[in-house]
Design a protein around this ligand. Structure first.
Ligand code: GLU
Length: 268
């Protein structure tokens, strides 16, 4: 695939399914491996932004609930309690490698508001100057939960693509629990063929996305393809790679083909 990641601006998205076991408990060994690679990429000179889900998942454990409540106001409590727990977890893991982290919670309207967007833009640049790792999530406590609202990203695949476009990233990496895009859902079709490169997210590509997500995160392949479309149309390459092998990012650095690459259709 030949992406030269050296000294590049990279947005990495981690989903709830990469952070937790099926039971919803945090997968500390995996988190350790992922944070290790992220710190290394930073130390190699890259500017990294992390978009992390998991607030609601961590909130469930913190409040001792076995499933998400139906009421919106209760879900918000879950997200608020979980977000601080999530950041405490990241402070601890990244702190082991002396990597400073900062939290940014976004809503769609904030990025669409010129004045606020400018403040955030400047904050990102200063964080890169300070060598701080920005960790982004949607501000689930104030984001609208109305299905027809246009002030909600709704899922972190979309959020990560909007962030990648916003910071003019060289690459968006969506870490998932699958290797990339297949022509059919590999969980139910043994003969599913892996697609290493997608030149354009067409109708045919959408037809391949048989909902290969998990019950724990909000995103599936469909939201990842939407993310690819948003990123590619603004000049950002995107890769879906398996988070269970974080060291694959080193292979990407060496120009090896990893995961599925969705190629930008325009130059930034
Ligand atoms: N913002 C949600 C959370 O942190 C995650 C959304 C998603 O899974 O895409 O719980």
């Amino acid at each position: 695939m030949n992406i030269d990641l050296h000294k590049k601006r990279i947005v990495i998205k981690i989903g709830t399914s990469s952070l937790t076991y099926e039971s919803g408990q945090l997968n500390y060994r995996h988190i350790e491996e992922m944070t290790n690679v992220i710190c290394d990429l930073k130390n190699m000179g890259n500017q990294v932004v992390l978009v992390s889900s998991g607030a609601s998942g961590v909130g469930l454990g913190k409040l001792g609930l076995s499933k998400k409540p139906d009421e919106s106001s209760k879900k918000r409590v879950l997200a608020a309690a979980g977000q601080s727990g999530l950041m405490a977890m990241y402070e601890s893991f990244f702190g082991r490698y002396n990597c400073k982290v900062a939290q940014i919670l976004l809503t769609k309207s904030v990025l669409n508001d010129a004045e606020k967007a400018e403040s955030i833009q400047k904050s990102f640049e200063e964080m890169f100057n300070y060598g701080v790792l920005p960790i982004i999530n949607e501000n689930d406590v104030i984001a609208s939960d109305k299905p027809d609202s246009n002030d909600v990203f709704g899922d972190n695949d979309t959020l990560s693509a909007c962030v990648a476009v916003f910071v003019k990233a060289d690459l968006l990496i969506i870490w998932s629990d699958i290797d990339g895009l297949y022509d059919k859902d590999p969980r139910s079709h043994e003969d599913a063929k892996f697609i290493p490169v997608v030149e354009k997210v067409t109708e045919e590509i959408y037809n391949m996305a048989g909902g290969a997500g998990t019950a724990r995160g909000k995103g599936g392949m469909l939201t990842k393809l939407n993310a690819a479309r948003i990123a590619n149309e603004s000049g950002v390459d995107m890769v879906i790679a398996n988070s269970s092998k974080p060291e694959l990012l080193y292979d990407m650095v060496e120009g090896k083909s990893v995961g599925t690459l969705f190629k930008a259709s325009v130059q930034q």
